[in-house]
Each structure stands twice: as C-alpha cells, then as structure tokens.
Design a protein around this ligand. Structure first.
Ligand SMILES: [Zn+2]
Length: 883
C-alpha cells in the first residue's frame, strides 16, 4: 500500500494533517541520550540517543495502516499487540521525508474499537540545531567540555525525538523514562517517581504520568544542575535550575515566578494543574524561552540575574519572560489552540498577560507605557507592510509555521487583546476568560470560541467586531478633516507604509479628548468608511487627540493646524505620557510613509526637549534611528545635520540624568540613562564620548567600578571611536566573563569598530567562538556600525550563505528568519533592495518567503522616504540649526 497518496483524504482546509481514524491515548516513552560519547561530539561526530515508545491506540475506523510523524529517526523494531495477546509484526515501513511521517503497514486490519498497542524501538541523533532533542555545550568548573541533552519542540519538532502524532489537537497522556549517566540530573514535565540503576550502571529515572496534553509541550533534559527552591501560597514547589554553583543567580526569577503564579491562579480562577514548576537555564538556546508544561526552558541570559552585573534592562526582560511563559501554563498548555492558525491565541495572550502580571508585581515600573513604546509600536510597524499577514493566518504544513512566530502573532495579538479588554472593561474581560478557560480545560479552542464566550459574558457583539481585527491584514489610518461647518469628519482606510491607497474597514473603538476637557475621554464605535464626530471645534478647543491613552490599534492623521496645536500642547505638558507617545509614534510613521511632511514630525520632536518619560524617549530614539538610517546612511551632509539636531534635543535630558545613579531612583530612570547617553555617543557628541571613554578605562581596571547600566555605553564609545587596542580588550573581556549577559554585552559593541577589516574579522571570530544562539548579536552589532556596517553584514551573509544555512537552516525554529532580518534591516537604498531580491531569487529558502518579501519592502519604504523628503528636512534643519 502506498503511503503518499492518502494525504489527499486528510487535507482539511488544505492542512496537512495525519489520518484521523487512529488516535493515540497514552504513550510510554523511554529515551537514552548517549552523552558519554562527548569526546566524539567535540570532534564533530554525531551524538545519538536510543528510544522506545509504546502507544495505546484508539482505532476509530478499521485499517491496517498506521501513519504518524517521525523526522530523522530510524525505526529499528516495530510491532503491535492486538487485543492484549496477539503480536503482529509490521510488514512494511515507509518514510515520507517531505511530510515528516512514517507509515506502518500490518498484514491484517485492526478493527474499529479493538485494543491495539504499538511498540517502536528507534535511534535518533542529538543534533546541534537547538531544536528537537538536541545537545547543548557547557563547560564544567574543571574546564571540561560536556554536553547536555535537552529539547525544544514547538512547533513541530517532537517528531525528531520520538514517533508521535505531532499536532496540537491530538492530545494524549505521557509516562516518560530517561536513562542517563549516573552523575547527571534528569528533568521532565512531571515529578520523578523512581530512580534506579540498570546493569550498565546507568540511572533510570521514571516520571509521573502527565495530564492530557499536546506533544509540543513535552520536555526531556539530561544535564548537570544546581537549583534553588521556593513555594507558592498554595504550596506548589517552584525551582530554578542553573549551571553548577550558579543557583544564587536564580533568586530574582524564583521570586518573580512564585508571585506571578499566585497572581495568575487568582486572575484565571483556576489553580495551576501540575505538581511542580521548574525553570531551567539552557546554555545553547534558539529563542527566548519555551513554555513546556511544568518545566520551562530559558536562554540563560533571560533567566539569570546577577545583582553585581545584571543591567536594569535585562532584569525587566527576565520578569517579562518569566511572566509570559507562566501565562502559557493556562493559555496554551491547559487550553491549546486547535491548529497553528490560532497561534496568536497562545502568543498574543501570553504577551498581554505578562504585562498584566509585571504591572501587578512592580507597579512603579509602569510597564503599560513600555507596552505601547515597544510591543504596540513593533506590531504597527510590521503590520504596515503590504506583505504582512492577518493575525489568524492560514497554515498548511510544518514549514509554514515557523514564519508566524513574529510581531503579528505576539505583538499585534497582544495589542488587539488590550484594545478589547479596555473596550469591555478589564473585569468583564477577566470574567469572560475564566468562563472560556473552564469550558475548554484540557481541550483545544479556536479564535472564534474565545470571541463567542466573551460575547456571551459581555452581551456585546464581540464576534462581529473582533473577526475584522483578526482576519484582515493591517489596521486603519483615521484621517481627520474639517468640513465647512468646522465639524470633524473621520475617514478610515488601511495604513500602508509605502503610502499607497488601500481598502479595508474595521470597527474602530474611538476614544478622544479635547483641550477644553482633557480628562473626559469620549468613546464611540466607528463602523463605516466615513463619519462625522458630531463635535464642533469651538473657540475653547485648541486641539483634539484621537486614540486617547493609545489603546486602539490604529494611527491618526490631523490637519496641519491641529498637529501644530498638539505640538504646543505636548510642549506645555497638557497631554498625558501615553498621548504624547502616541503623537510621536504616529507623526513619525506618517512622515515615513508620505502622509505628512517630515518637517511636521521634526517640529513635534522639538516639543519633547523637556520630556522625562522613559517610554516617550524609547520612541523618540527609535525615530532618530529611523531618520538616521534613511537620510544619514549614504548622505554625509544630511547625517551631520541630523546628528547636530539629535544632540541638541538630547542634551537637556542627558544633563538631568547625569552619569551617577541616584539612591532609590525610579526604575525607568535607570533604564533611560544608558539609552540617552548611548544615543549621544552614536550621534557623535564629543563631550559624552569623552566621559564614556573615561568610564571604559575605569571599567578595564576594575569591572565592578562602573554601574551595570552604563557599561554598554562605555564599551560602545571605546570601540566605536577606537582601534585594535580597544577591540582586543573587549574581546579579551568576552573570554574572561562567565555570565552570558556580560559576554553578550561585548558582542553588542564589538561590531562598532570603525576599521572594516577588523569588523569582518570580528564576524569570523564570532562564528568560531560564540555560541550559535548568540551569533545574531554579533551580526546586529556590525549592522549598527556607522562605517558601512550594513553593507558588510549583507556581504557576509551572501558570501557565507551555505555555512549559515547549514548551521541554522534545518532548525525548526525561526533562527533563519532572524538571520535574514539581521542582515537586511539596516539596508536603505533601492539598489540594496534589488540586490536582496536577486540574491534570494537565486537562493530560495522554504519557510522564509514572507520574511524576505517584508525585508525588501522595508528597504524600499526607507529609500522612497529619502528621495521624497530629503529637501524638506534639509531646509527645515538648516533653518532650525541656524536660529
Ligand atoms: Zn510564548
């Protein structure tokens, strides 16, 4: 019997799904990674693992063919036990490489409802691609190189560790046994129930049975760890596992983890269902963290906090990542998306809920402002491309999935949820969520299931309103005009970064304020393409600000005189920080797309000279970078004028902040200081560069003498203004540091070296010496190099394409997408766009088509902006700087 043509029967909505007439109910899985062969792996040879899986099946339709997922596994023995007694050996095993399946044919049919247990022995390969069941390299205290075995399965790589039904909706229970060298620790989703030694002297560790769950959430780890432990108010043990003798670095994450678990248990109204929660720091990691149920794995930099060496920025990110992964324990793990099309349900939700939790834990951090300046901003940026995709995206096969772990699924998803929660009120939204979670406990759900539940709870037409937001690509631009009666007219159309006209219509949750009553937010729904606001601009109203508190997913453009009035209002402190931030974001995006002269956006920037809000500065600085990229990359004259302008705007806040942390200063001030000083270094402020270099010399003498937040500024100044000496010094620091965060800090500055030969050497050195998961930092840092850095990175990418593909290509995660983004994100001319297009036309790469298209589109947007507005900004800057 052929295996390849039965896919036709199973295409549902064009999705490549396994035949549904057989379902797994329970797996018993034993895995033995052969880690004692580490020396072979150091020499580049394979490390293997042995496996055995026993699956109790449910036969729904009579068949003699069992098809399941299997990738890069060799099945060495296969048979079935039929009705508890009869052994039926397999008659044919055929692999389908493209579909990543294996089909097992048996000599007799198994009848529906009969009891069938499938036995498979197999051999697999512990790869070094950071996906599936893989090896991660670490060094012991004695300097010996060893490997741990660990997993990363989401979205579709459980099939690399054992033959299984690897689809999120095919849930089952699992009993896991790991066999390991006697001196290693074994971790999995559940608690250990027994530990014995086999005849070979190896440890045999059995874990408790899991609840019913999806395969992508399983985890198996064999390594060497220390841990610290604490308990939630319900008595749940929480542990942080780190490298040996580093357990104290887990204190911060442990504390955040316990408090977040308490918070979510309360918020979701459902206790956390597993008997323990582990956080594990993994040295080689492809993404940020992975929410494996009961045993979350982390890139070690995003879990470990060293009070002496960790920056305020990383501390904030650790809190957010821990909260994000914990939100998944309910949203994703307990209730799982039915198919990858609804990935955003997991990711958008966890992103939103992480802010909710961190805001609860650290109210003085005011993280919702950061939400707007980072999460919301990046969603709107990506979604303004014609090549964006809807939140609910069509996914057909495994290779389609990786590309959608992007700012749309995470950040637009989270922004749409925040908008809806504001529209419904948080308490009504929370009530709806609790009902939804209870209804789909241990099951799968679709986006529509969530909307329907929220509609029932709130009595509002949520399905109709929200479907437009999740099924349409893009978001609206609300254009505000005045008619002859001086009434405001609102028009909506899709906002495109290339400025082209586009269709599309959304139900827009309008909230606006006017200057005569700025604290009174007026709300209404806008459903048509054009509406009157029924608000006459009276004499008492100097301005109107639409999208109050920046909660709606849209941009707003005003008539020129309103922009000018809003600039004044910003300067005079009449607007809330969120609204100032919104104006800055919108004006810049509109200028970049040709809806507004760039000079209007520059005028607005001037109103922020006395700004002290961190989130506003994050956006302003990102706008400075955008201007610098478009107008300064290939135009020395423009570049110099822009640098002078930026320094002029930044000097006020820089002198307010100073170089010394004040006792008990706000967290956001500690975050802001390095950003502002770094920008002044980048824009060639000689005074700041001089002080930063002094800090670098102090740092070289005694690393603890410089504030953790300022180290990056000191190093960046030294390297970007320096030569071989500074470069070698930072490289040497990289070698001596043990904390990964500090190593990464070195990588983030090394690429800034002005000498192009050293810059290229830096990449070759990083390729050989830096962990594969950290290589991206080296690429990004060279891309930020003002001396032809973007071109050097792009050149490296083209000339090393095969090596890059070999290392990152077969990875199931999105590292290749990141690589493409890193190497194209700072290109800025039409010729660059053409080159990228030609290169990827000749080197097509499956699963990255959309990211390539988006990269090309981004470059063209930047290039058109330069052509369109160069004269406009030159004349404005000349006038401003000479006044
Ligand atoms: Zn997530």
């Amino acid at each position: 019997m052929s295996t390849n043509n039965n896919w036709q029967e199973t295409l549902k909505d064009g999705r490549h799904l396994l035949p549904s007439h057989i379902r797994p109910e329970h797996y018993q899985l034993t895995l033995e990674p052969l880690l004692e062969n580490s020396e072979a792996a150091i020499e580049g040879k394979d490390l293997n693992f042995l496996g055995n899986v026993v699956v109790r099946l449910k036969i729904l339709q009579t068949t003699n063919l069992i098809t399941l997922h299997s990738k890069d596994l060799e099945l060495t023995k296969v048979y079935c036990i039929f009705n508890s007694s009869e052994t039926v050996p397999v008659s044919d095993v055929s692999y389908d490489k493209e579909q990543q399946t294996v089909s097992l044919e048996f000599p007799k049919p198994f009848e529906a409802s009969s009891e069938v247990t499938l036995y498979i022995d197999f051999i697999g390969f512990l790869n070094d691609k950071m996906v599936g069941f893989y090896r991660a390299k670490y060094r012991t205290k004695d300097g010996e190189t060893r490997f741990m075995a660990t997993t990363h399965f989401e979205p579709t790589d459980a099939r690399c560790a054992f033959p299984c039904w690897d689809e999120p909706a095919v849930k089952a229970t699992f009993e896991v046994t790991l066999i390991a060298p006697a001196d290693r620790d074994c971790l999995s989703n559940m608690n250990v129930i027994s530990e014995q030694y086999n005849d070979a002297g190896k440890k045999v560790v059995r874990f408790e049975k899991t609840p019913i769950m999806s395969t992508y959430l399983l985890v198996f780890i064999v390594g060497e760890f220390d841990y610290i432990e604490g308990y939630t108010t319900n008595g749940l043990p929480v542990r942080v596992y780190t490298a040996k003798e580093s357990a104290h670095l887990g204190e911060f994450a442990l504390n955040v983890g316990i408090r977040t678990l308490n918070f979510f248990t309360d918020f979701f109204g459902i206790p956390y269902p597993l008997p323990k929660m582990d956080f594990v720091a993994i040295p080689d990691f492809g993404s940020g963290a992975m929410e494996n149920w009961g045993c979350i794995t982390f890139r070690d930099m995003l879990l470990l906090v060293d009070p002496m060496n960790t920056s305020s920025e990383i501390r904030t990110i650790v809190a957010e990542v821990v909260a994000h992964e914990l939100a998944h324990q309910w949203f994703g793990n307990l209730v799982t998306m039915e198919w990858w099309t609804h990935l955003w349900l997991n990711e958008g939700f966890a992103t939103w809920a992480a802010y909710l939790a961190v805001d609860h834990l650290f109210p003085d951090w005011e993280v919702w402002k950061d939400f707007v300046s980072s999460t919301f901003a990046s969603a709107l940026k990506l979604d303004s491309l014609a090549s964006s995709h809807p939140i609910e995206v069509d996914v057909k096969k495994a290779s389609d999935v990786n590309e959608i772990f992007d700012a749309i699924s995470y950040n637009k998803g989270a922004s749409v949820i925040r908008m809806l929660a504001d529209h419904m009120s948080l308490s009504s939204f929370q009530q709806g969520l609790q009902v939804y979670l209870k209804q789909f406990l241990y099951k799968n759900a679709t986006t529509n299931d969530l909307w329907k539940t929220l509609e029932q709870v709130s009595g509002k037409p949520i399905v109709r309103i929200m479907s437009l937001w999740t099924r349409q690509t893009g978001y609206p631009l609300i254009e505000i005009k005045l008619n002859e009666k001086k009434e405001f007219i609102l028009e909506q159309k899709r906002f495109l970064a290339n400025g082209k006209p586009a269709g599309g219509q959304w139900t827009v949750m309008l909230r606006y304020i006017v200057s005569s009553s700025p604290s009174q937010v007026k709300c209404r729904l806008m459903e048509g393409p054009q509406e009157e606001l029924n608000h006459v601009l009276g004499k008492q109203d100097k301005w109107l600000k639409v999208n109050a508190y920046q909660s709606g997913v849209y941009r707003v453009n005003y008539p020129q005189f309103v922009w000018e009035a809003l600039s004044e209002a910003t300067k005079n402190g009449e607007l809330d920080a969120m609204d100032r931030l919104g104006l800055s974001m919108d004006s810049f995006a509109l200028a970049r797309s040709g809806f507004l002269p760039t000079s209007t956006a520059l005028l607005l920037i001037c109103s922020f000279k006395d700004e002290t809000e961190y989130a506003c500065w994050v956006n302003l600085l990102s706008n400075f970078e955008g201007l610098s990229l478009a107008f300064g990359t290939n135009d020395e004259h423009c570049s110099q004028l822009l640098n002078r302008f930026f320094c002029h705007i930044l000097r006020g806040i820089a002198s307010q902040l100073g170089w010394k942390r004040k006792e008990d200063e706000q967290h956001s001030i500690s975050l802001l200081r390095p950003k502002v000083l770094q920008a002044l270094v980048d824009y060639q402020d000689s005074h700041t560069i001089e002080i930063a270099k002094k800090h670098f010399n102090k740092y070289v003498e005694d690393p603890n003498s410089v504030d953790t937040d300022l180290r990056i500024v000191a190093m960046a100044a030294a390297v970007s203004q320096g030569g071989r000496e500074e470069y070698e010094k930072v490289k040497e620091m990289y070698e001596t540091f043990t904390l990964n965060e500090e190593k990464v800090r070195c990588l983030r500055v090394l690429g800034r070296i002005p000498d192009p030969q050293l810059a290229e050497k830096m990449l070759d050195w990083s390729w050989k010496h830096v962990r594969p998961g950290d290589f991206m930092f080296a690429l990004y840092s060279l891309a930020m190099n003002r001396h032809k850095g973007p071109q050097l990175v792009w050149h490296y990418m083209q000339t090393h394409w095969n090596d890059l593909l070999e290392r990152y290509g077969n990875g199931g995660n999105h590292m290749l997408s990141n690589l493409i983004r890193a190497s194209t994100s700072r290109l800025s001319s039409k010729e660059d766009a053409q080159q990228v297009e030609t290169f990827f036309h000749e080197n097509q790469v499956e699963g990255c088509e959309r990211i390539i298209e988006q990269s090309i589109e981004e470059i063209n947007v930047v290039a058109s902006w330069y052509q369109r507005d160069r004269e406009n900004i030159l004349s404005w800057l000349n006038k401003y700087l000479n006044e």
